[in-house]
Design a protein around this ligand. Sequence first.
Ligand code: NAD
Length: 258
Amino acid sequence: MGVRGIKDQRVILTAGGSGIGRAIADLLIENGAKVHICDIADDFLDKFAKDHPNAGVTKADVSSEADVARLFADAANTLGGLDAMINNAGIAGPTKPVEDITLDEWKSCLDIGLTGQFLCTRLAVPLLKANGGGSIVNMSSVAGKYGFPGRSPYSAVKYGVIGITETWARELGPSNIRVNAILPGVVEGARIESVIAGQAKLKGKSIEETKKSLLAHVSLRRMVTAQDIAETTMFLMSDAAKNVSGQSIAVDANVETI
Ligand code: NAD
């Protein structure tokens, strides 16, 4: 039996080609949702289209207004309406002291992680309103909860995501649209390995030492998985969460500090 209210939901999901986004797409499709994804990587898009021939796929960069407009035009054809918008795309940005960060590095992290959520939500809201309601899930991070030395632009994005989530929850609640954020912690996979390598370099420590000290501040002493994030996304979209809005939910094995 699927999760209540997920079957036949029409969903646009950004950065669905790999990582957390791919795990979300797989789980939603498995539970009967109709999913249209975007990504910028051809190889991920091709693999996704092969694995999910009935799903929609658009090559689009969420930081481009024109690309996002094209994504929504494509999704209008494949979905014919919208029940949920999942703003998942975001990049790690540089791991550098603030005085070494270039304006381009700063801007690209904000453009993809924050402006991308604005561009997609701006087009999703009229569709959700026309539908009589729906939900929005924005990907923040545990970096939206604590200062993160060496990661200024990422921190700005992820705190910003919580701000727009709380704002949109208030703006859109009267239209029966729920808006929540998820704060993933240390997620297993290639991305965290490169973040750990960056931190190790910044602090002059070995990778093993860096990993160990990272998990020393996680109460459950383990990383989480993309599947964990997908399960929480699906919960927030489901009938079980019909009265959950404006919340920022950490799925992080309880990260105590970073
Ligand atoms: P990832 O780096 O693995 O990338 C996932 C996908 O995003 C890739 O397929 C990539 O091609 C696509 N992508 C990159 N730039 C894009 C753009 N401009 N437009 C559209 N697609 C783009 O990411 P992830 O680790 O799966 O993270 C997904 C989200 O979760 C991000 O917002 C990230 O900040 C957040 N997050 C991740 C972790 C983690 O440990 N992985 C922790 C906390 C928060």
